[in-house]
Design a protein. Structure first.
Length: 205
């Protein structure tokens, strides 16, 4: 066998192994987590984060001027938790609400989960977390959370989604202030476990 043929054979073997690894990741569902892990590096730059300083300033100006421009959140939303209990968004009224739309098959969602879990561990007593799964099989979300050790409240839809919360993007995050106003809408992943974002949430009480 010539040297050229040997090189071609080695190349085919390498490509075959690479394809086999990719196929294995895809069919086991782990490709989502691998991509999500890679995207986590992008989150560390902070470039994907919402400009909460500007949002907080605009929100404060609305409160100061007492205008009717503040967009009231639609609390007509029912949710089901892992145990089958029905919870209404209305039940959380009066608290700051962090509501995140996600799915286990969504790499950017997987990428931002660790920061959300850390935020929940620190602020879960003061802020109501609503992690709304869009997995067709809700059991996958439960298994994912258990495997990752995430303990934030996770739900699926138990009613129609109000129009103001409809989004074509995953992940999408909404923050509602204690007065019931929609204070933030952010489409795409972000690192929420930052001092600026925590200050922003505290300012909405």
């Amino acid at each position: 066998m010539t040297k050229e043929k040997k090189n071609i054979k080695k190349s085919w073997i390498k490509n075959g192994i690479f394809i086999a690894v990719l196929a294995g990741l895809y069919f086991t569902g782990l490709h989502t987590e691998v991509i999500g892990f890679a995207q986590r590096g992008l989150l560390e730059t902070g470039l994907m984060n919402p400009d909460v300083e500007e949002i907080a300033k605009a929100h404060h100006n609305k409160d100061e001027s007492h205008t009717a421009n503040s967009k009231k959140a639609d609390f007509n939303l029912k949710l089901m938790d892992f145990e089958g209990n029905i919870v209404s968004l209305e039940d959380l009224k009066g608290k700051v609400i962090f509501m995140n739309f996600w799915a286990t098959w969504c790499p950017p969602c997987v990428a931002e989960m660790p920061s959300i879990n850390k935020l929940h561990n620190e602020m879960g007593d003061d802020v109501a977390f609503v992690m709304l799964s869009f997995d067709k099989d809700f059991k996958k979300a439960k298994a994912f959370n258990k495997r990752k050790g995430y303990d934030f409240p996770t739900y699926k839809l138990a009613s129609n989604l109000p129009e103001m919360f409809e989004s074509t993007a995953l992940p999408t995050t909404f923050v509602i202030d204690a007065k019931g106003n929609l204070a933030l809408t952010h489409k795409g992943m972000a690192d929420y476990n930052t001092s600026k974002f925590k200050e922003f949430l505290n300012s909405l009480k």
